[in-house]
Ligand binder design. Structure first.
Ligand SMILES: [Zn+2]
Length: 362
């Protein structure tokens, strides 16, 4: 049996080590990341129907539900029963068509374009924030009423591989556009959905990119065009709220929980207040509770490193934080595209509640 493997499409990332009959050895590509990370994404086709074993040789990079699987590169699912062998190997029974596999469910620029096409008539406008180092135009979206001077900034993919966060952001936009709400009537929501667009489309890890990654670029001397553009854009756009959508480490413990990353005081107070609202809105402790939060001083969250949410506070935000959405979760089923969008609906509803309670009458 011959297995042909390609990464020659947006988001592709794989290095084939060897193939012996129906056993393939692979590795994720670290590219310019400092140290180890776990993102991979490839398309495979077998020369004849049959079972193939894919074995990864650099660390545990197969999630608890097996690989994300797609027959068209757009719709994705998991099938633990049929695929999962261990955190380093999975099997798949090929028919006679190509199959896409990925660490978790990808989200590329083409999906954002599909969303925008479907929703253009609802009042979301698309602009270009800037052009990336590799010549791509970074989308800047706006929903709501710019003349109100009440601005909310949403950003995503500071870390290129964190695709599940994009579905949550899509859910937020979906909620904002779906019905009459206070945020759209009384504020302008500015959205930069793909900060490290080159990394997203190239299929980079993006996390811990050298010399530093995009979320560590909020310094006195930013090096990336997109950070400089955000500095410039927000000079005349004082913020009321700012949220930055991420995914955490691969899985386990807090990494399997929907979590708000808290800073130290005085930032933590507003972050806690938002968390309490989000807990009420979700109304299901299996989905979210304040206890999920990654509080400052615990785990990895011990450094006052430059990051987008700190910058949002510097631009006047009354509340800002990173939101960590797990790649899989630890519910009965792994997070699906639809469930991730539903998380976005909860988050948008919490934004509206927070605005109503704390910001509207200021
Ligand atoms: Zn991140």
């Amino acid at each position: 049996m011959q297995i042909s493997i390609t990464k020659d499409y947006p988001g592709g990332n794989i290095h084939m080590i060897s193939q012996e009959d129906s056993h393939v050895q692979l590795q994720q590509e670290m590219r310019d990341s400092d140290g180890w990370w776990f993102y991979w994404n490839f398309c495979a086709e077998a020369s004849e129907p049959g079972e193939v074993i894919f074995e990864f040789t650099n660390g545990e990079v197969i999630g608890p539900y097996g690989p994300a699987i797609s027959e068209d590169g757009i719709h994705w699912y998991y099938d633990r029963e049929e695929t999962f062998l261990s955190h380093t190997a999975f099997r798949y029974h090929f028919g006679n068509k190509p199959i896409w596999f990925a660490y978790s469910i990808p989200y590329q620029l083409s999906q954002l374009h599909s969303f925008l096409k479907e929703n253009a008539w609802k009042g979301i406008t698309c602009h270009t924030l800037c052009v990336t180092e590799q010549g791509r135009e970074i989308p800047l979206l706006r929903i709501g009423a710019p003349e109100t001077g009440r601005n909310i900034l949403l950003t995503c993919r500071h870390h290129a591989c964190e695709s599940c966060a994009s579905y949550v952001l899509e859910g937020v936009m979906d909620w904002l556009l779906a019905k009459d709400n206070l945020l759209v009537r009384e504020c302008c929501i500015h959205i930069v959905p793909m900060i490290d667009l080159d990394g997203v489309e190239n299929g980079d890890q993006g996390k811990n990119r050298l010399p530093h990654d995009h979320n560590r670029d909020y310094t006195d001397q930013p090096i990336y065009a997109v950070t400089k553009a955000i500095y410039q854009y927000t000079e005349n756009v004082p913020l009321l709220m700012g949220f930055d959508f991420h995914c955490p480490w691969k899985w386990g413990d807090v990494n399997s929980l929907w979590s708000i990353v808290q800073g130290e005081e005085p930032f933590a107070k507003a972050q806690q207040a938002f968390s309490q609202i989000l807990e009420k809105v979700t109304a299901d402790p299996k989905i979210y509770t304040v206890k999920n939060n990654t509080v400052f001083g615990s785990g990895w969250n011990i450094h006052r490193t430059p990051s987008a949410w700190r910058f949002f506070f510097r631009r006047g935000a009354q509340v800002a934080f990173s939101l960590e959405t797990p790649y899989f979760g630890e519910m009965k089923e792994p997070f699906s595209q639809d469930f991730l969008r539903k998380l976005g609906h909860y988050f948008a509803a919490a934004m509206e509640q927070y605005y109503l309670r704390f910001l509207r009458n200021e």
